[in-house]
Design a protein around this ligand. Structure first.
Ligand SMILES: [Zn+2]
Length: 481
């Protein structure tokens, strides 16, 4: 039976307006009353402030829910995209861990570990994913523009994503009374009916608790347009008139009640979602014959590869191809009894998703040019070793002093493996076929409009790193049962 898996998530971030604490408590009580749970993505400073203000009432309610992490202090400059704008990969990764790990440890100490991460506003860079993986945070859930995959859940840098959900994200305007409620429930029902007709799937609904307490965002009034006033000058956000919060909470409760009552709706948390979308490629044993059949790379285009219901990202294909190609060459040339060599029995096992390359280098061999097979095989052995050493696709695959881009190596290597499996033996020469990664289209570039950034802020270096990491991008199909 179809299930509309409905996710409520909240970015809990206003640490400057104490009234927003009460909005948070009111929302937690709505979920208590409705018997369901949401995912509360906590800014560490907000969590510390709740502790310092003695709000153990709120902390105890939060501990009954699903916790996420929403950065250490959200909008204080430099925000993540600012300090990573000129960073490379390794230095960027280290800087995210230096700045974010202590905050995450505070949230974990006070509320328990997080299932989920969400970026602060428009501040994102792919160098944050090693931090998430290191911290054991399995899900990135947000609604930001940088990276998406056709409005459905996806994997990127080895982390499950619910982001840029297009037609499957919604909310009700709780501050517009009955009209807002009716509009919100009608919009939810439209998405719900489509999901139910399509075999089910996730629906994403998100808010900030401070929206119930204030008429403007706490960070915009302090840190907008790149401003960083000293802490003694920070001021709370303007409050809603008396009674507004309670009225808004009452409307929101009816919205949740409407959703919970729909047959086939299951309200789930980020942590539960992770279990519904396991990465079935991990640990899969893939035969050389299946691999070769899946890899045609027409026109040199490298996209997600499907083996039945299992999706493989380009970086995973790269790892599998290196292993399979080397094994095939070994079997043909080194096996004691090469005459009985059976390439059909060769297989490779996928263990993890390697990161993409961290630098864009072009091939020095022209499309259609040739190199000796011996040289190509040496290059493949070196590429495999580099992949395991660095945990990522190498930026260049070296055949002597000649350089192949990893995409060109992958397309050419697949051609070679196909020939070997046909029984042609190891050729004298290999014809180089240029490749390119199709997933780069999923990175958008008009994404630096967040009001907290300085007006002229942009970070092309981050988007370049993001495009290179689309080597790791693939859809996340839901696994039934
Ligand atoms: Zn936020």
């Amino acid at each position: 039976m179809s299930v509309a898996y409905t996710l409520f998530w909240f970015d809990v971030e206003d640490y400057l307006t104490p009234e927003s604490d009460d909005a948070l408590k009111g929302l937690l009580e709505v979920f208590e009353a409705c018997g369901v749970q949401a995912t509360w993505k906590m800014v560490a400073e907000k969590t510390r402030v709740l502790e310092a203000r003695g709000r153990s009432d709120i902390i105890r309610l939060l501990q009954r829910q699903d916790i996420g992490y929403h950065t250490d202090n959200h909008s204080q400059h430099p925000v993540l995209a600012e300090y990573l704008a000129e960073a490379g990969w390794d230095d960027g990764v280290e800087e995210v861990i230096r700045r974010e790990r202590p905050g995450y440890d505070d949230v974990t100490r006070i509320l328990g570990p997080s299932s989920t991460f969400g970026q602060a506003g428009g501040s994102w860079a792919p160098q944050l994913y090693p931090f998430l993986r290191d911290a054991g945070i399995s899900l990135f859930m947000d609604e930001a523009g940088h990276i998406g995959c056709d409005g459905e859940p996806f994997w990127y840098c080895g982390v499950l994503h619910v982001n840029r959900m297009k037609g499957s994200v919604t909310r009700a305007a709780f501050d517009r009374g009955e009209e807002g409620l009716n509009e919100g429930t009608r919009r939810f029902d439209e998405i719900y009916e489509r999901r139910m007709a399509d075999g089910g799937g996730p629906i994403s609904i998100y808010y900030h608790p401070c929206e119930w307490a204030t008429t403007a965002f706490w960070d915009g009034v302090n840190f907008g347009d790149g401003a960083m006033p000293p802490p003694h000058a920070w001021r709370p956000a303007p409050l809603r008139p008396p009674g507004d919060m309670e009225a808004g909470l009452a409307i929101f409760r009816r919205y949740v009640e409407h959703i919970v009552a729909r047959p086939g709706v299951e309200v789930i948390t980020g942590r539960q979602l992770v279990n519904l979308f396991p990465d079935q490629a991990q640990g899969a044993v893939i035969s050389a014959a299946d691999l070769v059949q899946a890899l045609s790379f027409e026109g040199g285009v490298i996209d997600v590869t499907w083996l039945g219901d299992v999706a493989l990202a380009p970086s995973e294909i790269f790892a599998l191809l290196c292993d399979t190609l080397m094994e095939a060459v070994f079997t043909l040339t080194e096996a004691v009894d090469a005459s009985g060599a059976d390439l059909a029995t060769i297989s490779a096992t996928l263990n993890g998703t390697p990161y993409g390359p961290v630098q864009r280098l072009s091939s020095t061999v022209v499309d259609g040019g040739t190199i000796s097979a011996e040289s190509f095989i040496d290059a493949a052995a070196d590429a495999r070793q580099a992949l395991h050493y660095h945990g990522r696709v190498p930026a260049a695959v070296w055949a002597g002093s000649q350089r192949l881009s990893p995409a060109t190596f992958l397309v050419t290597g697949a051609d070679m493996l196909r020939r070997l499996l046909r029984g042609d033996g190891v050729p004298a020469e290999v014809t180089i076929r240029h490749g390119a990664i199709a997933g780069e289209r999923h990175v958008h570039d008009q994404v630096w409009g967040w009001t907290i950034f300085a007006r002229d802020f942009s970070a092309p270096g981050i988007l370049e790193q993001a495009r290179l990491q689309t080597w790791t991008l693939k859809p996340a199909p839901q696994v039934d049962g």
